[in-house]
Design a binder for this molecule. Structure first.
Ligand SMILES: O=C[C@H](O)COP(=O)(O)O
Length: 255
C-alpha cells in the first residue's frame, strides 16, 4: 500500500526554543490522528534535529528530517553537514533538490544525483523535489523540465534504491506565493511523473511510489489536492509553522 506522508519544511524559521515548542505541540496533537500507512515528517533547521529526534517515541509515525545535506560523508567543506551526521543525529529523511536550494545555492542535477547517492548510502529517505518555474509553465515546457530533473538526478539509481525515494512535485510559482496549483494541474503532473517512473522502473514500483505536492498547501485546499489519485500527501512550508494548521492538513487523510 502506498504510504501517505505529510511533511513540514520549516525552512530557516524558528529558534531552538520555538522549534521545541512547536514540535511538542505537534506531537501532542498528532498521535490520535494518524493512521497506520501515514507518516508525519518534520524537517527543522539542522541545529534542532537532535533535540527534536530525542522526543520521538520508538513506535511513532512521526519522523524528523533535514532540509539538505552535503554529498560527501566528511571532509574540508566548511559549514556543511553530511548525511551520516544527520543519521547520527536522529534524522531519517532528507529533502533533496528543493527549488530554493536549486535557485539560491546553484544546486544542479549532477550535485543532486550525488546527494541522493549519499542519502541512500546512509540509509536515509530522500524527499526529492522537482518542479517548474512560472516562465517554464507559461512556455509550455513544464513536462520537459520535470522529466529532465527526474531523469538527470535520479534515474541512475537501481530499482532497489529508487524504491526508497519519496518524490515531491513543487511548482516553483506556487511556493510561498499563496498561488496553489489546482488539484487538476497537480494531478496531471503527478500522473505524468508516475508514468515516467513506470516507463523506467516498471508499473509496480511506480504504483508504490509516494509523490507529495508542495506549494501553498493549507487546511483549506489540502482535501481537494490529497483526494487526487496520484497525490499521496504534501510537503508543507508556511502552514507547517502553525501547529493547528499542520494538524488540520494531517487530518485530511482521516476525513
Ligand atoms: O517545502 C515546502 C514548499 O516549498 C512549500 O512551501 P509553502 O507551503 O510555504 O508554499
Amino acid at each position: 500500500m502506498r504510504k501517505n506522508i505529510v511533511a513540514g519544511n520549516w525552512k530557516m524559521n524558528l529558534n531552538h526554543a520555538e522549534g521545541l515548542q512547536l514540535f511538542a505541540e505537534i506531537l501532542n496533537l498528532v498521535n490520535s490522528d494518524i493512521k497506520g500507512n501515514q507518516e508525519v515528517v518534520i524537517c527543522p533547521p539542522f541545529v534542532h534535529i537532535s533535540s527534536l529526534a530525542q522526543l520521538l517515541k520508538a513506535d511513532s509515525n512521526v519522523s524528523v528530517g533535514a532540509q539538505n545535506c552535503h554529498q560527501a560523508d566528511s571532509g574540508a567543506y566548511t559549514g556543511e553537514i553530511s548525511a551520516s551526521m544527520l543519521k547520527s543525529s536522529g534524522a531519517t529523511y532528507v529533502i533533496i533538490g528543493h527549488s530554493e536550494r536549486r535557485a539560491f545555492f546553484a544546486e544542479d542535477d549532477l550535485v543532486l544525483a550525488q546527494k541522493l547517492d549519499s542519502v541512500l548510502k546512509n540509509e536515509l529517505t530522500p524527499i526529492f523535489c522537482i518542479g517548474e518555474t512560472l516562465e517554464q509553465r507559461n512556455a509550455g515546457t513544464h513536462f520537459d523540465v520535470i522529466e529532465s530533473q527526474l531523469k538527470e538526478a535520479s534515474f541512475h539509481l537501481n530499482d532497489g534504491q529508487f524504491r526508497q525515494l519519496v518524490l515531491a512535485y513543487e511548482p516553483v510559482w506556487a511556493i510561498g506565493t499563496g498561488l496553489t496549483a489546482t488539484p487538476e494541474q497537480a494531478q496531471e503532473v503527478h500522473a505524468f511523473i508516475r508514468s515516467k517512473v513506470s516507463e523506467h522502473y516498471g508499473a509496480e514500483l511506480a504504483n508504490d511510489l509516494t509523490i507529495l505536492y508542495g506549494g501553498s498547501c493549507n487546511p483549506k485546499n489540502a482535501a481537494d489536492l490529497f483526494s487526487q489519485a496520484d497525490i499521496d500527501g504534501g510537503l508543507i512550508g508556511g502552514a507547517s509553522l502553525k501547529a493547528l494548521d499542520f494538524i488540520d492538513i494531517i487530518k485530511v487523510f482521516n476525513s
